[in-house]
Design a protein around this ligand. Structure first.
Ligand SMILES: [Zn+2]
Length: 75
C-alpha cells in the first residue's frame, strides 16, 4: 500500500482513504477465508476525488493468509 499516489487513472494526487470491513452483515465476504476467528478482514479503500477511481487494498494480516487460504489460487 506504499505506492497509492498518484492516481493510476488520471495522474492526480487528490486521494482519500478509509478502512472498510470486507465481510458485511448481509453482503458477501469479499476476502473469503482471510478473516480471523473473531475479526473480519479489512480493506484500505483509496478513492480519487478527481476521477472517482476507487481501489481496495487488503490489510496486511489478510495478505499473509493468501498462500494457504483454500478459497484463493495463485494466478
Ligand atoms: Zn484519478
Amino acid at each position: 500500500m506504499n505506492c497509492v499516489k498518484p492516481c493510476p487513472e488520471c495522474g492526480q494526487n487528490n486521494l482519500y482513504s478509509a478502512i472498510a470491513i470486507a465481510r458485511g452483515g448481509y453482503g458477501p465476504d469479499l476476502l473469503p477465508g482471510l478473516s480471523g476467528f473473531f475479526t473480519s478482514a479489512n480493506f484500505q479503500v483509496v478513492a480519487c476525488a478527481d476521477c472517482g477511481l476507487t481501489r481496495f487494498f487488503a490489510a496486511e494480516d489478510a495478505i499473509k493468509k493468501l498462500p494457504t487460504a483454500n478459497s484463493w489460487r495463485r494466478l
